[in-house]
Design a protein around this ligand. Structure first.
Ligand SMILES: *Cc1c(COP(=O)(O)O)cnc(C)c1O
Length: 466
């Protein structure tokens, strides 16, 4: 083991150096990947030296998500304490299902859940667990809602025509989950949004009434804190009123920006959150822990148990249900996602988490100010969002993003709202400062200036309207 830890140390140092010198690894076309890198597996063993060399090559060819030029996804950067926590979790290799096997790690998970519930403002009957990502957190929320609507379904299967509601701007996992739980993708009702990308409560009520009249059974509404494209926050209060009126479960998908619960300045974006039935957030997004670190909370502990516990005499042999976390999880064997969050939280305190969140909104403001001051840019996104959506000199977003990536200049993605396609810059890497944000725009402008003809040719060739 010691030898392998030394290999790790050497390779990690090399990666850190490379990340500073070349923030973007030269991309390898997927079609030539297996010719370019020695990935294929053989019958015979290889020497330690060859092994380390190959591993180094692969590491240095892998896209770098922790660098100052990675703006492509709803995560980025590397929180050192969180990385340390995850490395320790790998060394310990517990499974979180029982206290017997996970010991103090159970307490660490429970402490994060408790503190999170308190920040949300849930009551004494609240609880939660760590799911394998935001999509699965949403899955667990829909499961609880389904069983809360009709507790026979888990034994007898779905026989009623159930319907659920989410905005057209919400995450695609809602549709997938509707298929998983037997409701069906066609029974997902997509609710319109306003000009800011927030769900329209009036349209929601119209849809619910329509379904009731047609013999359907509405049971679940999904609201979003930080929509995937614009980073918009649905207004919880009006949605909560409708859910109370029709007895529907209200879930808040905060995978992207639910961590605003840590910020006294931005918590108002989820005003009314304590009235939801469940809430999820990803610490691997705004908090910057390694993937994955997703937490699902509910104000009704009973439903978490009712939907996810199962007796298993071969597993649950000691201690009470409160400390045997397998009774409320989706998996059986479950990796320790709590420790990496706890190591950051413990070291910087709740006030430190607040600073991390606030800094991302500050960087977003820096980016928006830059865009608004420069006539070559058009801004499409709004205040109170860490997704900055814009176009530059009418160059098609898709063409510009792909060219920046293929030339290893910067990693940034594109999105669409109301049929307008734009570049989507995410200021979620809290290691960045103003300098890195302005630097991104300089790189983009220099690149566009040098390659304008080329960019327009590609757009023409792919018949993307200019
Ligand atoms: C990222 C995201 C998800 C999915 O989370 P994963 O951890 O990637 O599964 C769900 N909802 C929203 C709003 C997201 O931004």
């Amino acid at each position: 083991m010691q030898k392998n830890l030394q290999i790790f140390q050497r390779l990690a140092e090399k990666l850190l150096e490379a990340e500073i010198e070349d923030p973007i690894a030269s991309p390898i076309p997927a079609s030539t990947l297996f010719e370019t890198l020695p990935i294929s597996l053989k019958d015979n063993p290889i020497s330690e030296e060859a092994f380390e060399e190959i591993l180094e090559k692969i590491i240095l060819s892998t896209p770098r998500t922790a660098t100052r030029l990675f703006f492509n996804q709803l995560f980025g950067g590397r929180n050192p304490k969180a990385t340390l926590g995850d490395l320790v979790a790998v060394m310990l290799n517990n499974s979180m299902y029982t206290y017997k096997v996970a010991g103090p790690q159970v307490g660490i998970e429970k402490e994060i859940i408790r503190k999170s519930c308190d920040l949300v403002g849930y009551g004494r009957d609240s609880d939660g667990t760590f799911a394998p990502g935001g999509s699965m957190s949403n899955f667990m929320a829909i499961m609880m809602a389904r069983d809360a609507f009709n507790s026979n379904i888990k034994n007898n299967g779905v026989s009623q025509k159930l319907t659920l509601y989410t905005s057209i701007e919400s995450h695609y996992s809602i549709a997938k989950n509707a298929a998983f739980i037997g409701v069906g993708k066609k029974r997902v009702r997509y609710i319109n949004t306003n000009q800011y990308g927030q769900m329209d409560p009036d349209h929601l009520e119209v849809k619910i009434k329509e379904d009731l009249q047609n013999g359907y059974h509405p049971f679940f509404v999904n609201a979003t804190a930080g929509t995937t494209v614009l980073g918009a926050f649905d207004s919880i209060e009006p949605l909560s009123k409708i859910c109370k009126k029709y007895s529907l479960w209200l879930h808040l998908d905060g995978a992207y920006c639910g961590s605003v619960i840590f910020s006294s300045k931005y918590k108002h974006l989820v005003k009314g959150i304590e009235k939801t039935d469940s809430f999820s957030y990803n610490a691997h997004k705004m908090i910057g822990t390694p993937l994955t670190c997703s937490i699902i909370l509910t104000n009704h502990k009973k439903h978490l148990y009712d939907s996810f516990s199962n007796d298993a005499s071969y597993l649950y042999q000691t201690d009470g249900d409160d400390y045997n976390l397998g009774k409320t999880s989706i998996q059986c064997g479950r990796r320790n996602d709590a420790l990496k969050f706890w190591t950051v939280w413990k070291s910087v305190g709740t006030l430190g988490l607040e600073k991390i969140v606030d800094h991302q909104f500050y960087l977003a403001q820096v980016a928006r100010d830059y865009i608004l001051k420069n006539k070559d840019y058009t801004l499409y996104s709004f205040d109170d969002s860490i997704s900055i959506c814009f176009n530059y000199k009418n160059i098609p977003a898709q063409v510009l993003c792909t060219a920046l990536y293929e030339h290893a200049e910067a990693m940034v993605g594109f999105g669409t709202f109301r049929e307008i396609e734009f570049i989507r810059l995410i200021t979620i890497n809290s290691n960045n400062s103003e300098v890195e944000i302005i630097n991104f725009f300089s790189i983009l402008e220099d690149f566009a200036a040098k390659n304008e003809t080329y960019l327009r040719q590609i757009a023409l060739k792919e018949s993307i309207p200019i």
